[in-house]
Ligand binder design. Structure first.
Ligand SMILES: Cc1cc2nc3c(=O)[nH]c(=O)nc-3n(C[C@H](O)[C@H](O)[C@H](O)COP(=O)(O)OP(=O)(O)OC[C@H]3O[C@@H](n4cnc5c(N)ncnc54)[C@H](O)[C@@H]3O)c2cc1C
Length: 338
């Protein structure tokens, strides 16, 4: 992005599924968007955390892999020529006579009439287990997400955690890994009952080893390559698990980061919005998707899609003041160039 004050209608912060669909909804109402994401690819959690997992609750798709959903959202937004600024975190926001100026962490600035925050859990990062020297292994043999299941083919994998991600990946990687060991400090898993039952049956068949109740204690290895994970039970008895990789799944640290400094009313680390408009407590700033909070909120992609449509209609009078907004179906309006 050039260092000058380019101007756009809507600055969308976050290129997750909801931010991407907001480009479409804003485009249908003749509003141009620039889209920023700290990640170097579009798709948010879908792309970064579970690209190969099937999603079953996107209307009209009985099953769609997360990566394919992202591709289709990018395709759907394309006729509206959004400008993407990937690998670009938004750090600051200043008022401007005609709206706002958003500033990236690197200092580039963009003037916009309105700001639409679709930042998910904020600039998200994994919860790192407190193991001495873990950073030396990160990216080489300790991973906080699975980008490609094939990377684990034939490897001895320790998965740590007791929630959905830990259990889902244990089941999935058991098909390709040489060995899968699941370390959890409790005997019960917090995953969905059906998935937990599947885990238990794979463990009964010897396809997965459940190392419970244990927790991570230390890592062994050299030059970033793990050779073993040391675990301890609640009485301090230790075990050494020979392993090539460790996947700690202790959830995402939800850090709103700079967004928390923007004077918006917050609700338990989320941004409080009026569900009728997606408006935040600051006029001209809207929030949708996982980051937006209101009574009855469901953190689902489909809720975020509906919020994108609601926000676009609420933003329209700010971008096109005095212009009547005639509600139209896409079947009536068509797409640019169609
Ligand atoms: C394992 C797993 C399985 C799931 N399965 C389903 C499912 O089956 N069905 C379903 O509906 N939902 C599912 N979800 C939830 C779904 O992924 C989220 O509801 C959805 O991703 C929210 O979309 P979003 O666009 O609001 O936010 P996100 O996808 O979180 O994207 C937000 C983006 O904003 C960016 N960002 C944040 N702060 C900044 C900043 N300051 N500057 C620039 N960029 C910023 C982030 O980098 C991120 O890319 C699942 C989630 C997980 C983890």
């Amino acid at each position: 992005m050039p260092d000058l004050l380019q101007r756009t209608d809507v600055a969308i912060i976050g290129a997750g599924p909801v931010g991407l669909f907001a480009v479409f909804e804003c485009g249908m109402l003749d509003m141009r968007c620039h889209v920023f994401d700290a990640l170097d690819m579009p798709g948010g959690q879908c792309a970064a955390l579970y690209p190969e997992k099937p999603i079953y609750d996107i209307p009209g798709y009985p099953r769609i892999d997360a990566a394919e959903l992202v591709d289709r959202l990018v395709e759907q937004a394309a006729p509206f020529a959004p400008e993407y600024h990937l690998g670009t975190a938004i750090a600051r926001l200043e008022p401007d006579p005609e709206g706002f100026v958003v500033e990236t962490a690197a200092g580039s600035r963009l003037a916009c009439r309105t700001v639409l925050i679709a930042a998910g859990g904020g600039a998200f990062g994994p919860t790192r287990p407190p193991l001495e020297g873990i950073e030396r292994f990160e990216g080489k043999s300790v991973f906080y997400l699975v980008r490609r299941r094939e990377d684990f083919r034939g490897r001895r994998v320790v998965i740590a955690g007791g929630g959905d991600s830990a259990v889902d990946w244990a089941i999935s990687l058991a098909e390709v890994a040489a060995r899968v060991m699941v370390v959890h400090r409790r005997k019960r898993f917090r995953a969905a009952p059906q998935t937990a039952a599947r885990l238990q049956s794979l463990a009964d068949d010897g396809a997965i080893e459940l190392v419970i109740p244990y927790q991570l204690q230390a890592l062994e290895g050299a030059d970033g390559q793990l050779s073993a994970v040391v675990v301890a039970d609640l009485d301090g008895r230790t075990r050494r698990l020979d392993a090539d990789c460790l996947l700690p799944f202790f959830g995402l640290a939800t850090d709103l980061g700079p967004l928390a400094e923007w004077g918006l009313t917050l609700d338990h680390h989320h941004i409080a919005v009026d569900p009728a408009t997606a408006a935040t407590s600051r006029p001209g700033i809207f929030a949708i998707g996982d980051i937006a909070a209101y009574p009855g909120k469901l953190k689902l992609i489909l809720s975020g899609f509906a919020e994108a449509a609601i926000a676009a209609h609420a933003i329209h009078p700010l971008v096109h003041p005095g212009q009547a907004l005639h509600f139209e179906y896409s079947t009536t309006k068509g797409l640019p160039g169609s």
